[in-house]
Design a protein around this ligand. Sequence first.
Ligand code: ADP
Ligand code: MG
Length: 388
Amino acid sequence: MGASVGAQQVAERFAELYGDRPEGVWAAPGRVNLIGEHTDYNDGFVMPFALPHQAVAAVSRRDDGVLRLHSADIGGGVTELSLDTLAPGVDREWTAYPAGVVWALREAGHAVTGADVHLASTVPTGAGLSSSAAVEVVTALALNDLFGLGLQPWKLARLCQRAENVYVGAPTGIMDQTASACCEQGHALFLDTRDLSQRQIPFDLAAEGLRLLVVDTQVKHAHSGGEYGKRRAGCEKGAALLGVDALRDIPYAGLDAALARLGDEEEVVRLVRHVVTEDHRVERTVDLLRSGETRAIGPVLTEGHASLRDDFRVSCPELDLVVDTALSAGALGARMTGGGFGGSAIVLTEATDANTLTKAIREAFTSAALPTPRLFEAVPSPGARRLS
Ligand code: ADP
Ligand code: MG
């Protein structure tokens, strides 16, 4: 699959479906999280960057309270909805993502009177690369521009998160939508999920002779939803036992003392240790990148994987296989990315070693009788924008 769909192709399909040219075409990318996993619901730090893979939407306004939706990637025709009937928790189809954005905008008092939407995306779905946020953010940005709402990208991200949490009913943090809306080319985005402050951190891999590979294992272990809930509840328990609002409030320097206070709460100890060390790893990564020591982030990524595997316990054999194989074959660093129990891993490597690593990972999966993973290069790409 190529990384991008052409604006013209999407506009032409829109015209076939709806009988007229669209008023505009917008794009919003998927994202990969460089470091900062399971920190978002602990008020902590994350550091995603935008993929070249993106959702592209052709959109026109309507003034009759009707929303028409079509995706090139889903079988089926145009779905027609009446804005007055949009309500959370009802729609179980893909249309809940864009319709949820319209609902969230209207609920926040913004005058959106209807739209025709056709979209096509190259973000792999369910691979932990945030295809859902790409669909939400591209819809929100198009409506923001067309209806002159004047909302800042971070604010659009908030409304998209509300669409996903309340309308779709998926309990996600703010990272995915903020990454899709706010990332910049050649940068990773440092995001403080407590106050939503953000900083663009230079992350130009090509200029340094480096590559970052995304390895989509194409597995999704079925129990992931319940396990996510358990981890979240365990973190909340840890914060309550330690008397803080969120685990973000435990300073790295005070970690040992905090763990000692938790005594024999073995599971909570592991969860707290992951979250506090992971926030610290994000800060170390920021410092290293700002001082131009890009290669030195490799071991920090690898430490993050060990912590997710051993302390947070959200890895799985397929993700461990990617990481172990990549490191044995000479990678600078590797870790699972996303919530875990499947999805994708990332591998940081010298550009000159990328082919050897790719081959080694494919062979390891073949030897283990596992489906061949999907591999692609992640170039830090622009966030959501208007294409035409
Ligand atoms: P991800 O990690 O990819 O975000 P999610 O389960 O959060 O996984 O979101 C995937 C869902 O988003 C899909 O099942 C579908 O409903 C919706 N979606 C993503 N991309 C598209 C698309 N191109 N067209 C229609 N719906 C899409
Ligand atoms: Mg998603």
